[in-house]
Design a protein around this ligand. Structure first.
Ligand SMILES: Nc1nc2c(ncn2[C@@H]2O[C@H](COP(=O)(O)OP(=O)(O)OP(=O)(O)O)[C@@H](O)[C@H]2O)c(=O)[nH]1
Length: 481
């Protein structure tokens, strides 16, 4: 029984160990997932700044540098210029920074770029020049070149007298920008929107920049067109300084960053950290389902195990031939009996001359005799009595709280019943009779005295055999002396 209890505990412990391991593993995986997620968000900040620096600030700085270059200022002020000389200058810059560079010289009505494309400033193609010239700022970005759209960084050139004499700058392929920002968005999950003073999205990691055409009329998107921006502005107007913007069921984190050099604003839009709460909710709801399913499985498992276990236990307690409790079961039950009762009569029963039955009628008949006797020995006992096969042709009966007189009367009835039973041989009308001798001892019932009581009962049984068999002999100390 101990082994079976240990087995039960082992299975339960194993089961819960597996559940705890699965839960702990999932928990730590989730934790790690969020740690990585947060780390990635932090990691995204530095590439974001380097992206802005390399793709926006740096072209602007190069343009500003060229606009202040004394060579440029002095040369384009001359009455006669050689476009080839300017081309060489522009190509040097273009080669060094891998951008297209350009200059628009008012005095000579000429725009020239590092690809040696030349345009007259009074032509329709140079509309931008007249538009930007009138504006008060010194530097602008503008999208131009319909066939091959570029973002132009236009910086005004002034002579020594602070008079406007032209524009100079660099231009970057729009598709190049779009690709750079798209890569960043894919890697870190942030959408980027560069917005000019008129709220127009100049650059973006969003699809709107993946345009083949530069015609801004069709492609221009005002930042106000985005619901999240509206909500962002509303939040500000209401004095809420939260970066979290709710759009329907979705939440976004919107950060705003000025790029003063261009009078731009950069909006960084990201899914919020509060999404984590959703993930945790999901995790815990799955966890509850997992635990419930595990419990159901566990109980199904326990019921199955118990079913097999009880039939195994039964088999290990019962004598195969007579279906009576076996010796080891009687030993265990005796302990319980001893706890519940103070005294008992213990009887050892032994089939008389059983060897002869076996020899005469065969072993199978001998088995049948044992089965019938086993049944007769136990059928008329009380619920609290204990009986079983002690071994071979021997049986044991324990009658708690029965004194020797009562026990003897009970056993006498059984003895007569057996002795009067006619055993039939298979296929024959003739039969035979057999008998059983009993040794009986009455005494205190303690956990440790079974062996001594049995020895006494054995002695009484021996006496019964000596006295002619088929009888009940009560043990007495005096008879022993
Ligand atoms: N058929 C059968 N015989 C058994 C079984 N267990 C023990 N026996 C036989 O029981 C017989 C017991 O014989 P003995 O110990 O000589 O005693 P006995 O012939 O009963 O004689 P007394 O006890 O002196 O009356 C042996 O021949 C065993 O082989 C069993 O399960 N089935």
């Amino acid at each position: 029984m101990n082994v079976i209890h240990k087995f039960d505990h082992f299975i339960t412990a194993l089961f819960f160990f597996i559940i705890i391991t699965v839960v702990a593993t999932s928990y730590f995986t989730f934790k790690e997932f969020f740690a990585i997620h947060n780390k990635r968000q932090q990691e995204a900040i530095i590439p974001l700044f380097s992206l802005i620096t390399s793709e926006v600030i740096s072209p602007l700085s190069i343009s500003q540098y060229m606009a202040k270059d004394p060579f440029v200022i002095n040369y384009i002020e001359q009455e006669k210029i050689d476009p080839q000389t300017i081309l060489v200058y522009l190509q040097k810059v273009a080669a060094q920074y891998q951008m297209v560079s350009f200059i628009a010289i008012e005095k000579h009505n000429l725009m020239i770029d590092s690809n040696n494309k030349r345009t007259e400033l009074n032509s329709q193609k140079a509309e931008w020049f007249h538009r930007l010239k009138k504006l008060s700022q010194d530097q602008y970005t503008d999208i131009g070149n319909a066939a091959d759209p570029h973002l132009y960084f236009d910086v005004k050139i002034f002579n020594d007298k602070q008079e406007f004499i032209g524009f100079i700058g660099v231009a970057i392929d729009l598709n190049y920008f779009a690709e750079k920002f798209r890569q960043f968005q894919q890697r870190f999950g942030f959408e980027l929107f560069f917005v000019d003073a008129q709220d127009i999205i100049t650059l973006s990691s969003n699809r709107i920049m993946k345009t083949e055409s530069h015609h801004r009329k069709n492609e221009l998107v005002n930042i106000n067109a985005f619901p999240w921006y509206q909500r962002f502005i509303d939040n500000r107007a209401q004095g809420k300084n939260t970066p979290v913007v709710a759009i329907g069921n979705n939440e976004l984190i919107v950060s705003q960053m000025p790029i003063r050099e261009l009078n731009w604003r950069l909006f960084i839009v990201a899914p919020p950290a509060s999404k984590q709460a959703e993930y945790w909710q999901l995790f815990f709801s799955k966890l509850i389902i997992f635990v419930l399913v595990s419990c159901v499985l566990y109980f199904a498992f326990a019921v199955t195990i118990n079913y097999f276990k009880s039939s195994l236990v039964k088999d290990s307690q019962i004598d195969f031939l007579t279906r009576l409790p076996n010796r080891s079961y009687i030993h265990r039950q005796y302990q319980q009996l001893a706890r519940a009762h103070d005294n008992a009569s213990i009887i050892i029963a032994d089939v008389d001359l059983f060897k002869e039955v076996n020899d005469k009628y065969g072993h199978n008949v001998g088995d049948e005799v044992l089965k019938v006797i086993g049944k007769k020995l136990t059928s008329s006992l009380r619920k609290i009595d204990l009986s079983g096969r002690w071994g071979g042709e021997e049986f044991i009966i324990i009658l708690p709280e029965a004194d020797a007189g009562l026990a003897k009367r009970i056993i006498e009835r059984i003895r007569i019943d057996i002795a009067e039973h006619k055993f039939h041989l298979p296929g024959e009308t003739a039969g035979f009779f057999t008998s059983v001798s009993f040794g009986l001892v009455q005494g205190p019932l303690t956990k440790s005295n079974l062996q001594t009581q049995i020895e006494k009962a054995d002695k009484a049984l021996y006496q019964a055999k000596l006295n002619g068999r088929n009888r009940v002999q009560v043990y007495s100390e005096s008879a022993e002396d």
